[in-house]
Design a protein around this ligand. Structure first.
Ligand SMILES: CC(C)(COP(=O)(O)OP(=O)(O)OC[C@H]1O[C@@H](n2cnc3c(N)ncnc32)[C@H](O)[C@@H]1OP(=O)(O)O)[C@@H](O)C(=O)NCCC(=O)NCCS
Length: 172
């Protein structure tokens, strides 16, 4: 198997990051949402200006997984005020972790999660947390296997649709 490696995204990686963001979001959620809600979400959250601002934020970091020269997945980590909930100084949120469908099952998700754990340890975070859609049972099973346990719920807005997320956390 070809080895997978992870890099921290900079502005130089904006194009692959945008492509990964849009493609993986479509692959994961298109079947469950209206085209209008999807379009609104994709254009609001994954436009170049928005992603550039986020890459430059001290509280947000993106990491991209590559197989050879092909970008195959990414993770977005938030600390401090960039977190979508909690916002404690000693917690770290995984806001997004996505691997292209055709590359799933090759341990890219594992490597991206390992990177999140390393960053959390570096920052001396107490725990890592995330929100996962109640209907996304596949991701819940992945997190469960990786030691995450449920601890609450919050609302995630996709276009005009309000969806319930399960909050899960893992000590580090
Ligand atoms: C969830 C996701 C990131 C996992 O990444 P991946 O690269 O496919 O997973 P890996 O190959 O790294 O798997 C790592 C381990 O988790 C296990 N695993 C992966 N998916 C699993 C699942 N759905 N259920 C149970 N275990 C799972 C693997 O078997 C492997 O365990 P092993 O080391 O004992 O063999 C990926 O499948 C994905 O992008 N899914 C769609 C997007 C998504 O839902 N993201 C989360 C949004 S909240």
């Amino acid at each position: 198997m070809t080895s997978i490696y992870i890099i921290r995204a900079t502005l130089e990686n904006i194009t692959p990051l945008q492509t990964l963001s849009v493609t993986t979001f479509r692959e994961t959620y298109e079947a469950y949402n209206t085209p209008e809600d999807m379009q609104h979400h994709l254009s609001t959250h994954f436009n170049t200006a928005q992603l550039s601002t986020e890459i430059n934020s001290p509280d947000i970091s993106y990491y991209i997984a590559f197989q050879q020269n092909t970008p195959i997945g990414y993770i977005r980590l938030n600390t401090g005020q960039a977190q979508t909930d909690l916002k404690d100084q000693d917690t770290l949120e995984i806001e997004r972790i996505y691997v292209l469908q055709q590359f799933q099952g090759l341990k890219a998700g594992q490597l991206l999660l390992d990177k999140a754990i390393a960053v959390a340890r570096e920052k001396k975070a107490a725990f890592i947390w995330l929100g996962v859609w109640t209907k996304n049972e596949k991701a819940q099973a992945f997190y469960h296997k990786q030691g995450f346990v449920p601890f609450g719920q919050h609302i995630f807005r996709l276009g005009a649709d309000e969806q319930m997320d399960i909050l899960m956390k893992r000590d580090i």
